[in-house]
Design a binder for this molecule. Structure first.
Ligand SMILES: Cc1ncc(COP(=O)(O)O)c(C=O)c1O
Length: 394
């Protein structure tokens, strides 16, 4: 089927394996955690409607960070009561939409959000369920650019800034959730456990003071590392987590994104040119950082496969056609000798791949294909040239 797909669609395009997404979601479900919990897919990792609907059918809720993600989650069939809204820069538009939909929790990250949610809810005769995203000042020991739980960063609120008593007097809100998310690609389960422990302790303290915290949102961050089999030790994670929650009545929310979809996705691209520059051999592909920006943004080395039969390894840089010197997809990698017209396959790109793509250089955003056991279908058509002009007024 893969050859047929490669024949049918022009590159670059994303190809997702449905069975991998289902297997990853089952892996989490089959942990059989012994406390009340729900997995909410972090929509930012891959907001395609078909993927959201697939995860909805696997009984996932959603974690969203914009009105757009909320809209798409609802459209994919996810109930408002299964949606969490996070994000350090929610606009009034975002907040009004989330309040009107009466979702499970709006996790507040700025103190000013509290007043707005309270007043708007009261004006609509509503009581909105909110959470507070805490900044626990924990270094997740992951890539510097994807760590989010350290003091000095823009995420969450430090506990000492919050007037918890005042929140009790705000009749438009119900503080029912505390949340943390300390970063992405975390493989040291102790770091996660440390952040969960912090949250449980705080919730216990607040509940002794007339608060009714019923949900603890432990965020996402389950590690999947590019070019490595290193992963979170779920056995240890589960053991320590169940110990922490013994005799506790909290409902636990998890927000995995990358873990669910990363290894389901491939980016197929064609070699357009091969050039020598100084001592480097540079492969120029029809994919660029417009289609896949993570290597340029985070200096990661994505796993790349060639589809030819060559055995001779050569050292290459792989670049796109964007007029920016940062437009590299890989540097200094060894690949079987590549020729013009060959295909390259970037693997492990199902998360933060297509979702971070753009139309920079007025390049159409790529096609996306979902492949099942026996069939495949297009789940996003490629932008047409007209699409690129759609919202512009001459
Ligand atoms: C609040 C929150 N939850 C969950 C996630 C998902 O993280 P991951 O894809 O690493 O699981 C993110 C990622 O940025 C996030 O900011």
């Amino acid at each position: 089927m893969f050859e047929k797909i490669l024949d049918e669609f022009s590159t670059p395009f994303y190809l997702y394996h449905e069975e991998t997404i289902i297997a990853k979601s089952k892996l989490l479900k089959n942990l059989n955690l012994n406390f009340s919990h729900k997995f909410h897919f972090a929509v930012k990792a891959n907001p395609n409607l078909a993927i959201l609907n697939l995860l909805h059918r696997q009984d996932f809720g959603a974690e969203v960070v914009s009105a757009g993600e909320l809209f798409k989650s609802l459209k994919a069939g996810i109930e408002p009561s299964q949606i969490i809204f996070d994000g350090p820069g929610k606009t009034e538009f975002d907040l009004k939409y989330a309040i009107t939909q009466q979702i499970k929790s709006i996790n507040v990250e700025n103190l000013e959000e509290l007043n707005f949610i309270n007043e708007y809810s009261l004006s609509k005769g509503l009581k909105t369920s909110i959470g507070l995203r805490l900044n626990p000042n924990i270094d997740a020991d992951t890539l510097e650019k994807i760590t989010t739980g350290k003091s000095g960063g823009k995420f969450g609120i430090s506990e000492d800034q919050i007037n918890f008593d005042k929140i009790l007097e705000m009749n438009g809100l119900q503080l029912s959730t505390l949340s943390v998310h300390i970063g992405s690609q975390i493989v040291d389960h102790q770091k996660l456990i440390q952040s969960y422990e912090y949250l449980i302790l705080l919730a216990d303290q607040l509940n002794k003071k007339n608060h009714s915290i019923i949900n603890l949102d432990f965020g996402g961050g389950f590690g999947v590392i590019d070019n490595s089999d290193e992963t979170l030790d779920f056995d240890q994670w589960k053991k320590e987590l169940e110990k922490l929650l013994k005799n506790k009545k909290y409902h636990i929310i998890f927000e995995p994104g990358r873990f669910i979809v990363a290894d389901s996705g491939e980016l197929l691209t064609k070699v357009l040119y091969i050039k020598k520059s100084g001592n480097r051999t540079i492969i120029i592909t029809d994919a660029s950082f417009s289609e896949y920006i993570r290597p340029a943004l985070y200096d990661i080395k994505p796993p790349i496969q060639t589809l030819n039969n060559s055995n001779e390894l050569k050292s290459y840089d792989v670049a796109g056609g964007i007029c920016e010197s940062t437009d590299y997809l890989a540097k200094n990698i060894n690949l079987p000798e590549v020729k013009v017209g060959d295909y390259l396959k970037f693997t492990n790109v199902g998360a933060y791949g297509s979702s971070m793509s753009s139309t920079y250089n007025s390049r159409p955003r790529p096609l996306e294909v979902l492949m099942g056991k026996n069939e495949y279908r297009v789940i996003r058509s490629r932008d047409t040239l007209e699409d690129l002009c759609k919202n512009e007024i001459m």
